[in-house]
Unconditional design. Structure first.
Lengths: 111, 168
């Protein structure tokens, strides 16, 4: 999986995933979230538009990032979820936990 | 010759494929690629209708969960050679069935464990794992595990093929 990080401001960062967010890549995703939060960027937007697949390990990484961001008085929001990502979020009831937006800019604007 | 016990002896098998899945990233690729061949077969076959995206996503999710659990467990054993499981997929006129077969320690968990994420869960107290089986089960019509007398583990995933009247 490829990960791209855009530090939009001192508090906002966009993380873009391309490929599969699964048990092989979830640890790297967790580390990325933790590193950004440690720099003060506690308002994270995760662009899921490039995901070909996400499993429960990937969801776990997002949950971990959400916890870390909120504990730092921020948030972790999802943008442009693929149909498969939307499906797993709904099947796990996590669609009630994560704020999800149609675009990255909408997610940022709502902060 | 069908080898999967889907519980429907009268089914008409339309497509079947199999592959050996190694316990590494390549094994994950193989698993997803095999499923892609099923979708392509369904798209091309005149007697079949490609199920809706949501249906296919659910099956892909379930297969990914079970397959990755097997691969991850094999990796944790740090075997000298990459452990292998056999993945068989069978499409019939009634259902799509995937079967993972491997040797090794038996599964001792609870296949029917509920999803540990309540509808009103506090985000700060959410579990960060151990809900893959529940997710797989919710994505399928049937999920079975069997330990055979020869020491083989068999996971069988079943999803009923939607009929034309149910596609809307």
């Amino acid at each position: 999986m490829e990960t791209t990080v855009e530090e939009r401001s001192s508090t906002v960062a966009i993380v873009r995933f391309k490929g599969r967010l699964d048990f092989l890549s979830s640890a790297t995703a967790r580390e990325q979230f933790q590193a950004l939060i440690a720099t003060g960027r506690n308002r994270l937007v995760i662009d899921l538009g490039g995901l070909s697949f996400i499993d429960s390990s990937g969801l776990g990484a997002l949950i971990g990032g959400l916890k870390g961001a909120r504990q730092a008085s921020g948030d972790l929001r999802l943008a442009e979820p693929t149909p498969q990502a939307t499906s797993v979020l709904k099947l796990t009831s996590l669609d009630r936990v994560f704020r999800t937006y149609g675009t990255v800019e909408e997610a940022i604007a709502d902060y | 010759m069908p080898t999967i016990d889907s519980g429907d002896a009268a089914r008409r098998v339309l497509f079947a494929a199999s592959a050996s899945i190694t316990a590494d990233a390549a094994g994950v690729d193989t698993m997803h690629s095999l499923l892609d061949t099923v979708w392509e077969a369904m798209r091309l076959a005149p007697s079949l209708t490609l199920p809706p995206t949501a249906w296919r996503n659910e099956f892909t999710t379930a297969m990914g969960e079970i397959g990755s659990n097997i691969i991850r467990h094999s990796l944790s054993l740090q075997a000298e050679t990459l452990a292998v499981c056999q993945l068989e997929i069978e499409l019939s006129d009634t259902s799509l069935v995937a079967a993972f077969r491997n040797s090794g320690a038996p599964f001792t968990g609870e296949i029917g464990q509920p999803l540990p994420i309540a509808d009103d869960a506090d985000p700060l107290n959410l579990p960060e794992g151990h809900f893959g089986l529940a997710l797989a089960r919710r994505s399928l019509d049937d999920l079975r595990y069997e330990r055979l007398a020869n020491g083989q583990n068999v996971w069988t995933l079943v999803k009923k093929v939607p009929h034309r009247s149910q596609e809307a």
